[in-house]
Design a protein around this ligand. Structure first.
Ligand code: UD1
Length: 426
């Protein structure tokens, strides 16, 4: 199994190209099921999760054609065509690797009026149920059966528009409802909808495919169903979690890094926090620049929340920064339970973190020490890489397949700006 070796203490300098957003790309790919015509996606990131989604879609009869972009920042172009859907079955084996596979349920059901999809696996961060997805589909007239770990959904006459009021914000359930509603009879209103930029990106692609949708980016989305969608071209938005991760890398390692292609509006909650802890963050005509003049970061408190709040997907990374900050920070995780699995690993590197329920109290130490650590989930594993950039000596991160799920050519991007990082394959 591959490992990543980092030798800390090198300030970063230069440019990092930001790839397309994983969490947008996966749903955009699933949206190809909604039409018989080709959906052409540009700026697709090169990730294990993208390959897994392509494989899943191919098992339904979708043809997938990829043209690789030439450079690190170019992204791939992917053309998906679900001319005829030959299967509506997503097996446990396919879905367990990646929770986002569950997002095929709504488009399959909307177009084929039936689907059988395994309940998801994915990151081991809390229970992560799918009740909200199923309630939304039921409200739209689907019959749902749960048996032996599978969801079987049917809607013989097609789905019907409905009013769906979510009790709390769910990105995935909002996207399920959006995709289902595009081909439903009548109008759907989604209340307490997710406002995440990736959800907006999906909505914009659906509109390009002929969907009638308003309210994207607000808490209330209205969709008027149409008889059929058509092909379209869409460029995947830049990955705000990747951009945020490298912004934190610049802050923890010191230096001067331009995140080329990053969209500053999508990382505003992070840049405000980085500024509070002493980084200089500026918007350039190509993205965002982060400058840290070698001084120790200052402690800052952070609480995760739905967009535009601070993203849970950057919580582990910001905690890595706070472990070396001057002072004590309080980090609250309000989206997922059990998302502090990076803490024992950071502690192996000398971090001083105390957990009490959803709250971590981080007392900054002057230096971390390199150690052998283990990746536990996607975002946790990259926080260990960040800690390794700041630590004295050598850090080896095991189980890096977690990283490959969500970070496009991470070692290449970081070594380009001066990090001493390498993959050890065995
Ligand atoms: C998406 C992102 C993930 C991110 C998360 C929150 C993708 C592929 N993944 O995950 O990276 O961390 O948004 O920004 O886009 N919940 C329920 N019932 C449901 C659905 C969700 O209780 O039916 C709960 C979850 O357990 C969690 C909260 O709602 O506590 C938010 O989850 P949700 O927004 O749905 O996250 P995902 O869409 O799974």
């Amino acid at each position: 199994m591959d490992r990543i070796r980092i030798r800390g203490g090198h300030p970063l300098k230069g440019e990092i190209p930001i790839s397309g957003a994983k969490n947008a790309a996966l749903k955009l790919m699933a949206a190809s099921l909604l039409t018989a015509e080709p959906l052409r996606l540009a700026n697709v990131p090169r990730l294990a999760d993208v390959r897994a989604m392509a494989e899943l879609l191919m098992s339904f009869g979708v043809t997938v054609q990829v043209n690789m972009g030439p450079g690190l920042g170019d992204g791939d172009t992917m053309t998906l065509q679900a001319g005829e859907i030959t299967s509506v079955f997503a097996s446990y084996d396919m879905v367990r690797k990646m929770r986002a596979s569950f997002q095929v349920l709504a488009p399959l059901l909307a177009r084929q009026h039936e689907a059988k999809v395994s309940l998801p696996g994915g990151c081991a961060i809390g229970a992560r149920p799918v009740g909200l997805h199923l309630n939304a589909l039921e409200a739209m007239g689907a019959k749902i059966d749960l048996a032996e770990g599978y969801v079987t959904a049917t809607a013989p006459g097609g789905l019907k528009g409905a009013e769906i009021v979510f009790p709390f914000v769910s990105v995935g359930a909002t996207e399920t409802a959006m995709m289902a509603a595009t081909l439903a009879h009548g109008t759907t209103r989604i209340v307490n909808a997710a406002r995440e930029p990736e959800t907006v990106d999906l909505g914009q692609c659906l509109i390009a495919m002929g969907a009638k949708m308003t309210g994207l980016g607000t808490g209330e989305i209205t969709i008027e169903g149409v008889a059929a969608l058509h092909g379209a071209e869409h460029r995947v938005m830049p990955d705000r979690i990747e951009a945020g991760t490298y912004a934190i890398a610049a802050a923890i390692a010191g230096g001067d890094v331009e995140l080329v292609g990053a969209r500053p509006d999508t990382i505003a909650s992070l840049t405000a926090l980085l500024t509070r802890s002493g980084a200089e963050v500026t918007t350039t005509d190509r993205g965002v620049k982060v400058h840290m003049n070698g001084s120790r970061p200052r402690a800052a408190d952070v609480t995760t929340a739905p967009y535009p709040g601070f993203p849970t997907d950057l919580q582990a990374q910001i905690m890595a920064l706070m472990t070396v900050a001057d002072g004590t920070s309080v980090v609250k995780e309000k989206i997922f339970e059990n998302r502090f699995m990076h803490v024992p690993e950071l502690a192996r590197m000398g971090a001083d973190v105390r957990i009490d329920g959803d709250t971590a109290t981080v007392r900054g130490v002057k230096t971390l020490k390199g150690a052998q650590v283990m990746a536990t989930d996607l975002r946790a594993s990259v926080s260990l890489v960040l800690a390794g950039l700041a630590a004295e000596g050598e850090t080896v991160v095991g189980r890096v397949y977690h990283l490959d799920r969500g970070f496009d050519r991470l070692e290449e991007k970081l070594s380009r700006v001066g990090a001493d990082i390498a993959r050890i394959s065995e």
